[in-house]
Write a protein that binds this ligand. Structure first.
Ligand code: SAM
Ligand code: SF4
Length: 276
């Protein structure tokens, strides 16, 4: 079984299937996008499968597909099908901006995808377009509903908490977990290398940063009840809203590291393994 030099068991592999994306979220990419890898530098599906097969032989049980935007890579359901057939792999999930999910949710579920994490920082279409530099909220929302209809569960909604951008919507976003069996997770914004300005009238990752404790304070009116003390792997501390169908999670990569319980390894789209 895989153990790292700190004695942590590695059971989870996060696979980036592409460096390309159909959005340009302000906290993630510059407006012109990033310098892309040449196509022949990107792992072929057969090569990803080979790495995952080897990882599974060494104790990896969960695979998460991510990017860039993983659904921009042609025929992702075919990869999911190949991964689902690997002995030992028990859980395959996807992190996506949901824009292409309306088209792919059902074929992905049929191929063996179990669940999705969806990035959604606002419920206001104009604001969505500003944060993502041009994305359609309605298209993303249709993608979320398609994921639910396809039986992908639980649906986790990732909200990057940003001062001066979406802080006025935290209670509204959290209430998605009242009416839907979804987990809404608030995430601290992380500084990225070579950050370019977010745009006119927008902050940057430093001034937008809100410590997760403050996000929790802003949700005090919802009377959140903590679920079991955080113990196992996975970065979120979880709560329920009384009477709600879903859950609320808080992820604090900056103010309170969760490295001690980390069980992850990452495979980059060009085939490098990284611990974080
Ligand atoms: N394109 C997919 C998506 O947006 O869900 C998958 C890749 S994206 C890099 C994965 C997650 O990282 C998203 O939930 C996004 O919100 C988050 N993310 C990107 N840049 C971030 C930053 N600077 N701070 C915090 N979270 C960030
Ligand atoms: Fe980054 Fe995901 Fe936004 Fe694309 S959709 S810019 S990968 S956070």
């Amino acid at each position: 079984m895989l153990k790292d030099s700190w004695g942590r068991s590695i059971t989870y592999l996060r696979v980036s299937v592409t460096d390309r994306c159909n959005l340009r979220c302000v906290y993630c990419m510059p407006p012109e996008g990033i310098r892309l890898l040449p196509h022949d530098a990107i792992l072929r599906y057969e090569e990803i499968v080979e790495v995952v097969r080897c990882a599974a032989e060494h104790g990896v049980r969960e695979v998460r597909l991510t990017g860039g935007e993983p659904l921009t890579r042609p025929n992702l359901p075919a990869l999911v099908g190949m991964l689902a057939a690997i002995p030992g792999i028990q859980d395959i999930s996807l992190t996506t901006n949901a824009l292409l999910l309306e088209r792919f949710a059902l074929p992905l579920a049929e191929a063996g995808l179990k669940r999705v994490n969806i990035s959604l920082d606002t419920l206001r279409p104009e604001r969505f377009a500003r944060i993502t530099r041009g994305g359609s909220f309605e298209q993303a929302w249709r993608g979320i509903l398609a994921a639910e209809a396809a039986g992908l569960a639980p649906i986790k909604i990732n909200v990057v908490a940003m001062r001066g951008v979406n802080e006025d919507e935290f209670p509204e976003l959290a209430r998605l977990a009242v009416d839907h069996p979804w987990q809404v997770r608030f995430i601290e914004v992380m500084p990225i290398k070579n950050e370019s300005p977010w745009g006119e009238d927008l902050p940057n990752s430093e001034t937008a940063f809100i410590p997760i404790g403050e996000v929790q304070e802003r949700l005090a009116s919802l009377s959140l009840e903590p679920l079991d003390e955080k113990s196992g792997p996975g970065p979120a501390r979880e709560y329920r809203i009384p009477g709600g169908l879903g859950r609320i999670g808080f992820i604090s990569p900056v103010s309170e590291h969760f490295c001690a319980t980390c069980n992850r390894l990452r495979l980059t789209s060009d085939g490098f393994l990284r611990p974080c």
